[in-house]
Design a protein around this ligand. Structure first.
Ligand code: NAP
Length: 281
């Protein structure tokens, strides 16, 4: 690395499992950019000092992951609209004057991957069911309902194991109908899009308990879990002919705005980018 190497990284605690370095290093290499993207294992008590040190160390920015997304939101100097709405950031840009700008690109990544995978899927006016109401579902619900730049779905159904959290999310979004967790299978009738935003289906978690009998034949099924790439839910949906969308592309697309800043070019989310990240799965 030279003194001019473009520096970025990911702060998390722990951070060892992250696929982001593989992806950003691939983009640096593919574009012939002298850049480095490092894993920064930052304990919660060190987050403020670590973020504040970025400009002094010559970093152009970083991604932030669990458990830092909300704390980083409070620490940055300015935020984009998505971060303001979410109260969490996943990307921090170092601006030319040394100020820090926080972005939340999860919703954008979710939607960009959906549109890229299923360009024929009509989202405006659609009926969607989201399972889970955690941080990821919050970003997804927001972008699904948003008519300006988002998907503009007509009906958003929310089902969560802890129903009070589904009600809280519907309040936060200013839209959305709560479906009891026990009724999630029946609620599939008439939907155009089903999204799993719980960790169920992830290796070590057990499969998502969901009977998809009532799912319409043409409905799209999007699982944001990406370890494994084809979850039990996606395998069952694919077997009955439903179009499916895996979770890896969301991770790739959400990384684009950060790289555009520290790499200086907007990178393509193509097969090579996907294979670079897949090497870490
Ligand atoms: N593809 C991507 O780029 C991407 C991005 C972000 C997240 N993710 C993945 O998405 C998943 C959710 O992330 P998150 O940050 O939203 O997590 P989170 O904030 O912890 O929320 C987890 C959600 O899943 C529900 N849940 C957890 N265990 C459950 C179980 N055994 N049965 C039923 N519901 C259960 C929780 O319900 P309660 O409210 O009842 O606890 C909650 O609604 C994770 O697997 C994460 O890796 C993927």
């Amino acid at each position: 690395m030279a003194g001019t190497t473009r520096l970025a990284g990911i702060m998390g605690w722990p951070v060892g499992h992250s696929l982001s370095p593989l992806l950003h290093r691939h983009w640096f290499e593919a574009h012939g950019i002298d850049g480095a993207y490092v894993k920064l294992a930052v304990a919660p008590k060190g987050l403020e000092a670590a973020l504040r040190a970025l400009p002094a160390l010559g970093f152009l920015g970083c991604n932030v992951t669990i458990p830092h997304k909300e704390h980083a939101f409070a620490l940055v100097d300015e935020r984009d609209a998505a971060a303001e709405a979410m109260g969490a950031v996943n990307t921090v840009l170092v601006l030319p004057d040394g100020r820090l700008k926080g972005l939340n690109t999860d919703g954008l990544g979710f939607l960009a991957h959906l549109r890229a995978t299923l360009p024929g899927l009509a989202l405006e006016g659609a009926r969607a069911l989201v399972l889970g109401t955690g941080g990821a579902a919050r970003a997804i619900g927001r972008v699904l309902l948003d008519p300006g730049g988002g998907a503009g779905v007509e009906t958003l159904l929310l089902a969560n194991r802890t129903e009070a959290r589904a009600r809280a999310l519907a309040d936060f979004l200013g839209g959305g109908e709560v479906v009891p967790w026990e009724a999630r299978g029946a609620a599939l009738e008439g939907v155009d899009l089903l999204v799993n935003a719980t960790p169920l289906g992830m290796a070590g978690q057990g499969p998502l308990p969901l009977d998809i009998e009532a799912l319409p034949a043409g409905a799209a099924v999007y699982d944001i879990v990406y370890r494994p790439l084809e979850t039990d839910l996606l395998a069952r949906a694919r077997a009955r002919g439903n179009p499916v969308v895996d979770g890896l592309g969301m991770l790739l697309h959400q990384a684009v705005p950060g790289f555009a800043h520290w790499g200086g070019v907007t990178p393509p989310v193509d097969r090579a980018a996907r294979e670079a990240a897949l090497a870490g799965l």
